[in-house]
Design a protein around this ligand. Structure first.
Ligand code: MG
Length: 157
């Protein structure tokens, strides 16, 4: 069977007065992620993984931050659009594995809800992992949050 894999990586800065949205779920925290759209760093990494596996370029080409339509956008809607565009190329998402790199807060209590929300949008099983920066780099200093994702696509026959 032919399968394709794609990788996605993203990072966003932590800022006051913003919500921390990960995989479409608002995680309670004293700061949130800055960016156009809702800055859902995890969903952005998954979008890039899906687009990459489908050979469709990257998130910036599909949903440019110069386009007022995407300002404050729900990234889960962008993910649904990316899945649809992959389907247009004949691909279905079979599996997604993702890791969030974040010093605080701990993600354990929210993992199940995030996996469920992402699984609904992707119609496939989702693996979610979390790690910290051990106090090093922008993640460790709590300046930002990063995410990595790998998507596996199979023919949508
Ligand atoms: Mg992003």
């Amino acid at each position: 069977m032919t399968v394709r894999t794609g990788i996605g990586i993203d990072s966003h800065r932590l800022a006051e007065g913003r919500r921390l949205v990960l995989g479409g779920v608002t995680v309670p925290h004293d700061r949130g992620l800055q960016g156009w759209s809702d800055a859902d760093v995890l969903t952005h990494a998954i979008i890039d993984a899906v687009l990459g596996a489908a050979g469709l370029g990257d998130i910036g080409e599909h949903f440019p931050d110069t386009d007022a339509r995407w300002r404050g956008a729900d990234s889960m809607a962008l993910l649904a659009a990316a899945v649809e565009r992959a389907a247009g190329e004949g691909w279905r998402v079979a599996y997604v594995d993702a890791t969030v790199m974040m010093e605080r807060p701990k993600l354990a209590a929210h993992k199940a809800a995030i996996r469920e929300a992402l699984g609904r949008a992707l119609s496939c099983p989702v693996s979610l992992k979390a790690t910290t920066g051990e106090g090093m780099g922008f993640v460790g200093r709590q300046e930002g949050v990063a995410a990595l994702a790998v998507a596996t696509l199979e023919p949508a026959t």
